[in-house]
Design a protein around this ligand. Structure first.
Ligand code: PRP
Ligand code: ZN
Length: 299
């Protein structure tokens, strides 16, 4: 196994949960097959030379730092918590790329009836969280003296069972807070999934694979925002397109047989195309409009 590990890039992924879904979708779009997680800790995609380790997201930062795996996908919130675990913040991990999914925020929340108007209302209170380091840093920076209680799950129940006055937890849709009759008081930090590696350099084989993966992810990210648009337009209206379609500086203009005053325009828009844009295009006489998703985009 020791020899084999040198030639395979090991990536740690969340075993199950929101991050797992997002990671699978992204890697699939990158042409990497994430084989089923059912009861297997390790699987691999031989064609890419990558091995997957399915673990609890909370364990991923430590596994990268210790070299058990080379890279990993987990939440920025967890990275922040991990690197601020000691007073002297020495990060041995670095973000390669933000991934744009699993967006959430770390927020303070309290039972609906909790009176809150200003930060100093938190003085002397007990706050339960799975992110004690991030919370303590925030409290210190805000000159608040509060007691932090660490919980590793079910934080949203802490107030109801009398463990804490407030909680500090991740909020995404807000459904968990709502279901537990809690109100969000303030946001401490924003988060999304990130691709992370150790600061210590990888061997050249592995770093080339990481480069290849990053290129693919960037291609997927660029494509997901962009659209390929085809339309017919009077030739003298072409100049007006730039004001309507973002990224329309260099459209492809094609003759339309039998219609000398009209052209076909093909353009890649760098932004999503909304109904307003379509209506504006109709406004300058565009017809036969097609807006298509782009699968891959490599510049
Ligand atoms: C987070 C958090 C809440 C929930 C909030 O847990 O601890 O329970 O999500 O999301 P909502 O606002 O959409 O209801 P998550 O599922 O990320 O699991 P983990 O923190 O235990 O890994
Ligand atoms: Zn977790």
């Amino acid at each position: 196994m020791g020899e084999n590990r040198k030639s395979v890039l090991r990536i740690a992924l969340q075993k199950s949960g929101r991050l797992a879904e997002g990671s699978d979708q992204l890697l699939t779009k990158c042409g990497i097959k994430v084989k089923s997680r059912s009861n297997q800790l390790v699987t691999c995609d031989d064609s890419f030379g990558i091995e997957f380790l399915f673990v609890r997201d909370d364990d991923i930062p430590g596994m990268i730092e210790s070299g058990v795996c080379d890279i990993g996908i987990f939440g920025e919130n967890l990275l922040r918590e991990y690197v601020s675990r000691s007073v002297v913040q020495v990060s041995k991990l670095e973000t390669i790329l933000p991934l744009g999914f699993s967006k959430c925020r770390l927020s303070l929340a309290a039972p609906k009836e909790f009176p809150y108007s200003k930060l100093s209302d938190l003085n002397g209170k007990v706050i339960a969280t799975s992110y004690p380091n991030t919370l303590r840093n925030f409290l210190n920076a805000s000159n608040i003296e509060a007691n932090v209680v660490t919980m590793h799950g079910s934080v949203e129940l802490a107030c109801h069972i009398g463990v804490a006055d407030l909680i500090c937890d991740l909020v995404s849709s807000g459904a968990t807070l709502y279901e537990n009759a809690l109100k969000e008081i303030l946001t401490i930090s924003q988060s999304e999934a990130v691709l992370v590696q150790a600061q210590a350099p990888l061997n050249s084989y592995k770093s080339k694979l990481v480069e290849k993966l990053v290129l693919r992810i960037k291609g997927v990210q660029a494509a997901s925002k962009s659209k390929y648009i085809m339309l017919h337009l009077e030739r003298d209206k072409i100049d007006q397109l730039a004001g309507i379609l973002p990224g329309c500086e260099t459209p492809t203009i094609l003759d339309l047989k039998g219609f000398p005053t009209k052209v076909a325009v093909h353009v890649v828009s760098q932004e999503d195309v909304f109904w307003e844009t379509v209506e504006n295009l109709k406004g300058i006489g565009a017809s036969s409009l097609l807006v298509m998703p782009i699968d891959k985009m490599i510049s």
